[in-house]
Design a protein around this ligand. Sequence first.
Ligand code: 6GU
Length: 254
Amino acid sequence: MRIDVLTLFPRMFEMLNDTGIFQRAINSGLVNINIHNIRDYTHDKHHVVDDYPYGGGAGMLLKPEPIFEAVEDIIMKVNPQESVPIILLTPQGIPFSQSAARRLSKHEHLVFICGHYEGVDERVRQYLVSEEISIGDYVLTGGELAAMVVIDSISRLIPGVLGSEYSPENDSHSFGLLEYPQYTRPAEYRGWSVPEVLLSGNHAQIAKWRRRQAIIRTLERRPELIDKSSLNREEQELIEQTQKAETDKDTRVE
Ligand code: 6GU
């Protein structure tokens, strides 16, 4: 996969080159990340990238010309025929999700534009960008950290990046539930024991326990995720029982 990032702060992306998964992704040649400074696509002496909003108001906006020229330059050099997602990182975007990560991980080329200041000229959104992504309902100073979050989650889904011993199928969110609790040695630590079933060697029982724990955890922390997963009848009953137990607890007179 080739990833191009347009930013006013290229140095923020230096950490991608010398950390964990990324080093592996980059060294293996599976992911090729190119960082471009938007300022390099200006033509004036002072390399101006922003300007005042028409109609007045606080803050500055990113000008359209350097962004259009940077994206066009990248696309023309790489493969003018291919349709490449041009992604703007902005708090106004569609909330990012594991399913969006899976969809984007199937592309051979992605372009990310990191928004800054108070925003970007609307024509960038209308005539250049193919989708807008937000990483959550809070405001960051710029799109750079968001771009790194999105790039990390996409890269780890590319076959080979995580190594063969790891498979992303069991990750939280990948089947619509949070991940079940996990334990490693020792079997007892400070008097806290690992659940008996995990030591039993009974794989069917273990799988059942894990599924149950994943459901309970999701119900407690992220009940809105539950509808999205496909549950069998036994699991539906488990949810009803758990919800009933919660209701009984809430209404009990102490
Ligand atoms: Cl993508 N950008 C900015 N500036 N703030 C955000 C965001 C993106 N996602 C959540 N907050």
